[in-house]
Ligand binder design. Sequence first.
Ligand SMILES: NC(=O)c1ccc[n+]([C@@H]2O[C@H](COP(=O)([O-])OP(=O)(O)OC[C@H]3O[C@@H](n4cnc5c(N)ncnc54)[C@H](OP(=O)(O)O)[C@@H]3O)[C@@H](O)[C@H]2O)c1
Length: 401
Amino acid sequence: MPPTTLLRRTTLAFPRTSTLSTQTRTISAYGYTQSKALTFRDYGDPASVLSLHKHSISPPHGSALTLRFLASPINPADINQIQGVYPSKPTFTTSLGTAHPLAVGGNEGVAEVIALGDAAKQSGFAKGDWVFMRAPGFGTWRTHAAAEAGQLVKLREEAREGISAVQAGTVSVNPCTAYQMLRGFGNLKEGQWFMQNGANSGVGRAAIQLAKVWGYKSINVIRSRTGEDAAQKEEELKEELKAIGADVVITDAELQAREMRDRIKEITNGGRERIGLALNCVSGKPAIAMAKLVGAGADFVTYGAMSKQPLTIPASLLIFKDIRFHGFWVSRWSEQNPEDKVKMVEHVLELTRKGEFRDSPMDEIRWEWETTGEELVEKVAQTLEGYRSGKGVFVFGDSTK
Ligand SMILES: NC(=O)c1ccc[n+]([C@@H]2O[C@H](COP(=O)([O-])OP(=O)(O)OC[C@H]3O[C@@H](n4cnc5c(N)ncnc54)[C@H](OP(=O)(O)O)[C@@H]3O)[C@@H](O)[C@H]2O)c1
């Protein structure tokens, strides 16, 4: 992480009247904060329904806080939510000063507390704290927000040490999903194997690295590349994943080839080392090809359907191989296990600090006060494209100065 992306850990000073910096422009002499948010009024294609909306936030009282966002990623689920096809719905509200209710895009991110009421102080918050949203649906693609103390989880000072805003802003969803799937299913012990597809996704890369920490071995499936230099691109991606700890990396074409059964046997010491867990990001045919290669009684956990294809399970996998098919949704798990979630976040940040957990490749999108809605919406729309070299993450204002 370049030093420019490490944020100052002290609260920024906000002179009451100045036009010199991005930050000073956002707070008026009467304590009103100017905010810009990527909002939508109706569900639909992000490129058509998203627009940049400017509004004022009044000074906070009681349990209210004013937040300045630092970093917010663009996750596939955020796109599905805007399309209206995601089970967790955003909050549509007129509180941003419009006659029609608007929702703010984005579910993950980290923000800094810049002002707060007395009751919020009494519940443990202070200016300069870094906070996460307790639940999805808050809307994190915005420069500033008004929040209630009950909506936020504070990142402890100790956990924040040496952590960049991008690292903090992207820890809650993907690393936690990988963490909980690896720990919660398969009952893996050190030296045992798991298999996954979508291995170069944020979740997949997190799973590779966490597995390394816990001593699990991984067989990783990536999507075959296309074009003249496909073989070279595949090789580069394989090497990239091996560099963060992947033991074996294959393409989905290799996975579905006849000889794969023998190769897996070879890899797993003549089949004596059982593959006890499979993590499915992609669904469709490659997922079933993976299910056919895991050991009898293995746990097969589906957490994504990036191929947009259904998971059609042959009965034999259930009857004769007794593969245990599960689904995992980190939002539900986090709601049911809020304290464990905080511990998990802190553990991943500790591993990050120790250099045992590296960031996934990111496409940092600078969001300055002057950045136009068109530029931001274009970046969101690009998330729908495959074969990307990094996940889009909004990095706000002068937070990296
Ligand atoms: N259930 C949960 O709790 C949970 C939590 C986090 C994420 N997820 C889900 O996990 C998936 C990955 O999320 P992420 O944030 O880790 O993703 P990401 O970093 O944005 O990466 C996207 C991944 O999807 C692959 N992909 C894209 N289009 C594809 C297609 N048409 N067919 C097959 N693979 C395709 C990409 O491979 P290429 O490089 O080959 O394009 C890449 O591996 C998403 O479906 C997301 O919603 C679920």
